[in-house]
Design a protein around this ligand. Sequence first.
Ligand code: SAM
Length: 227
Amino acid sequence: MENIKINDRLLTAVPLVRKGKRLADIGTDHGYLPIYLIDNGIINSAIAADINRGPLDKAEENIEKYNMTASIKTVLCDGLSGISSVEVDDVAIFGMGGELIIKIIDEAPWLKNTDKRIILQPMTHPEKLREYLANNGFRIIGETLSFDRDKTYQTIAAEYDGIIRHYDNFTLHFGEFIIKEKTDLLVQLLENTKKKLERKIEGKRSGNEDTTAELLLLNEINKYIER
Ligand SMILES: C[S@@+](CC[C@H](N)C(=O)[O-])C[C@H]1O[C@@H](n2cnc3c(N)ncnc32)[C@H](O)[C@@H]1O
């Protein structure tokens, strides 16, 4: 059997998942992430969970194809509701909206434990997710950007330490680890965000709506690019 290949977006999880720990992949869909991590000797076992039967069937097919039925358990459940805290160390939630990721974390209070790690990839609202983490005592321990099929993705890893933090608006949107270095990928993300903000401002202005938040972020992005 050929080794499994995964895209750059999913690959961002690899350095953030702890070696030898038990992973739960929530919203696993195809199951590629746990299969890849086991295939590459990073972890030995995992739980692949999804709320929908169709995606879980796909994961089960792939798990069989790669002969991993003994090391990957599949669970049909909403978020972490079908998973016990004693079964997992690291939890990956990739490919969902930021607000849904917040809901899933919020409904699993056992994640507020210094032994656990969460690795997240919000498709929308990374700023709301970072704000939630900061307000709930999760320390961000690593962040990366990736690019796949015309879109830039942010991956955020966090662990609970109980300390409430405050980030400025720009950091909430783009992440303290990501903004440390002005990489080409970051500049591309900022330029794309600028275009979206400009369109939003135009639309809001024509409807006489308040554009303060958009103008603030636009100004912060321009300052960062120019510095
Ligand atoms: C866009 S796919 C992402 C798949 C994979 N994690 C990735 O990043 O490539 C989102 C998956 O999340 C699942 N999902 C949506 N809401 C969920 C929830 N509340 N709990 C568990 N899975 C959920 C969907 O069924 C779908 O398979």
